[in-house]
Ligand binder design. Structure first.
Ligand SMILES: Nc1ncnc2c1ncn2[C@@H]1O[C@H](COP(=O)(O)OP(=O)(O)OP(=O)(O)O)[C@@H](O)[C@H]1O
Ligand SMILES: [Mg+2]
Length: 292
């Protein structure tokens, strides 16, 4: 297990009691592994630590297509071991064309973690850091959640972003990419998404939709109502989180002989009244996700 060096240890020890730390870097530089190291450090220093996972493609805390947060409940070595508390729907596995919901979702999850009593909020981000869209996304995110410390796993391609963040007044600690990191192939990234969805749906139940009561909307779209017969089997949808206003519970749309249903790990007595539909579609074999 890699240990944090003296410089990082000192920077973390100097943070205020309640702080937010954001980690940025190009793809495959070890961001998520580093956030897990930070999570373990704060946990073993007796701080109530939350992780906000803003990587909608390589999601660890919740299913892909959502920004999710959860609390660190043991000395983790991977973010996959952080149990999900709440999520915000983005509806795609790439932040391109979805920059606004990614920023809004990050802020919504940070606020929810604060309401849940987090001392420390660690923000893991995607590798979209350049060109223009990446700099915009990360500057908007930093502006929305105001991290006390940004840790940059620095490569030459990250410099425009770190310069921008510094010019905005953020404290940036630049480190080398994690030693030992390796590139994930497109295939491995796909497998990670499938694994993460199946992990999320492990305890899911099917809920029938009473079409005379339930309202079905397209997420963040001008056209509000959706013709239910046109929603494909396996579509990623969401319902309002029953215990957290402004957050959404991830679900999957199932077509059946008895009409449409959604599957999600929700309480048995939950009756969906609103369903938000996306254009992100999974392939299923029964209730097992085979492609995401
Ligand atoms: N010290 C290490 N030794 C061996 N493998 C490592 C080490 N650190 C990270 N890895 C592996 O390298 C890969 C990339 O690491 P990680 O997922 O943390 O990077 P990332 O920057 O978060 O990637 P992404 O851009 O996809 O979010 C992962 O498969 C991870 O398990
Ligand atoms: Mg990552």
């Amino acid at each position: 297990m890699i240990e944090l060096n003296y410089e990082v240890d000192k920077a973390l020890s100097n943070l205020p009691e309640r702080s937010r730390v954001m980690v940025v870097g190009e793809p495959d530089t070890g961001k998520s592994t580093f956030v897990a190291l930070l999570a373990r450090w704060f946990y073993t220093n007796s701080r109530k630590t939350a992780v906000v996972d803003c990587d909608v493609g390589q999601a660890d805390v919740g299913p892909p297509g959502f920004i999710s947060y959860g609390f660190v409940e043991h000395p983790v070595t991977s973010l996959k071991a952080v149990a999900r508390t709440g999520s915000y729907l983005v509806g795609n596995t790439s932040p391109y064309g979805r920059l606004l919901p990614v920023v809004t979702g990050t802020e919504a999850c940070v606020r929810a973690a604060e309401r849940d009593g987090a001392d420390i909020i660690l923000i893991d981000t995607s590798g979209l850091v350049r060109p223009h869209a990446g700099v915009q996304l990360k500057c908007a995110k930093a502006g929305a959640v105001y991290p006390h410390l940004v840790i940059a796993l620095g490569t030459p391609g990250l410099r425009p972003l770190t310069n921008h963040l510094k010019s905005l007044g953020f404290t940036v600690l630049s480190l080398e990419p994690l030693a030992g990191v390796r590139m994930k192939s497109i295939e491995e990234r796909r497998e990670n998404r499938v694994f993460r969805w199946n992990m999320y749906l492990k305890d899911a139940r099917a809920f029938r939709l009473d079409l005379s009561r339930v309202r079905i909307y397209r997420w963040w779209a001008e056209t509000h109502y959706v013709d239910v017969d046109t929603v494909p089997h396996g579509t990623v949808v969401a319902v309002p989180d029953p215990s957290r206003i402004g957050l959404q519970t991830p679900c999957v749309w199932i077509t059946s002989e008895n009409g449409p249903m959604v599957i999600a790990p929700l309480p048995q007595d939950y009756e969906p009244e609103i369903v938000w539909v996306t254009s992100y579609r999974l392939h299923l074999l029964g209730t097992q996700v085979t492609s995401a």
